[in-house]
Write a protein that binds this ligand. Structure first.
Ligand code: AMP
Length: 285
């Protein structure tokens, strides 16, 4: 596996492979890798492309009171994991390599940024999309892989690629969970044993919501309230949001009549967890 923190060196590595006729796949991450990330690697490798994985904790996407400085980092552990997983090139730039001077040019996200995590974390998606856009320009991948764990992020990036006519196929990978249902996240390491146990309520309440929809509950409000009540009753989690939205464009839903996203963000202590479920609903007329 090649590894570099330098943009020119990465470009050389990639140019060589492209000249050999290989397609290039990019997996952007913030490191502290886990099975969720490694599943993206598996999917990328299945395409036969030359797989580039980036590790960069992007300061631009963290708010002033968020966990940028405490975000977990362990580069040498990550190197071992990606090497074993068969990544072809690892790119782990420094802040200075990515932002040699204060950035003044951003990629702005429109309406999709005004709801869910976008509403709760102002500037977050602008930071994400700007850095992903920089990575796209550096790597010029044919394919890029994102997890549905960050469903809104995936939709926003897909939209950016379409709006800006980037010749990149954006592929998504379903949420990878622990055996007991907890969505795997780098931030799970911060949970106490008790919080880790209580956090199971997130996936449980999402599963229950799906069952409610399947047995005919249509009211999005009722579904949201049921989830809120269950989380409040069975945990100390502080709810940031619980929302049922259209899975295609995140627009508001009153009655569930087509495929919906049920998304939530809940704080356990200082750890903010997100989870979601896409429920496919077909209406027959
Ligand atoms: P992160 O390092 O948290 O920024 O995540 C990098 C990529 O991995 C993003 O596309 C995430 O959506 C994806 N990812 C993180 N956790 C999971 C998971 N549990 N299942 C699937 N994809 C994930």
């Amino acid at each position: 596996m090649k590894r570099t923190s330098q943009i020119p060196e990465l470009r050389e590595i990639i140019a060589l492979e492209r000249n050999r006729g290989r397609k290039i796949a990019l997996i952007p991450t913030m490191g502290y890798l886990h099975q969720g990330h490694l599943t993206l690697v598996e999917r990328a490798k299945q395409t036969g492309a030359f797989v580039v994985l980036s590790i960069f904790v992007n300061p631009l996407q963290f708010g002033p009171t968020e966990d940028y400085s405490s975000y977990p980092r362990d580069l040498e552990r990550d190197v071992r994991l990606v090497e074993a997983a068969g990544v072809d090139a690892l790119f782990h730039p420094t802040d200075h390599e990515m932002y040699p001077h204060p950035i003044v040019t951003y990629v702005e996200v429109g309406q999709l940024d005004t709801v869910l995590c976008g509403a709760k974390r102002p500037g977050h998606f602008r930071g994400v999309v700007t850095v992903v856009s920089k990575l796209f320009h550096i790597v010029q991948p044919d394919l890029s892989f994102f997890g549905q764990k960050d469903y809104q992020q995936y939709l926003i990036i897909q939209r950016m690629v379409s709006d800006l006519n980037l010749p990149i196929e954006v592929c998504s990978v379903p949420i990878v969970r622990e055996e007991d249902g907890l969505a795997i996240s780098s931030r799970n390491v911060f949970l106490t044993l008790e919080q880790r146990q209580e956090a199971l309520i997130l996936s449980k309440s999402l599963n229950e919501a799906e069952i409610h929809i399947r047995v005919g509950v249509k009211s999005a409000r009722e579904i949201e309230l049921n989830i809120r009540e269950r989380i409040s009753r069975e945990s100390h989690g502080i709810i940031d949001y619980v929302e049922v939205r259209d899975a295609g464009d995140l627009s508001e839903v009153v009655n569930v009549e087509s495929t919906v996203l049920i998304a939530l963000a809940v704080r356990f202590g200082s750890t903010r967890l997100i989870d979601n479920k896409v429920v496919e609903v077909r209406t027959f007329v």
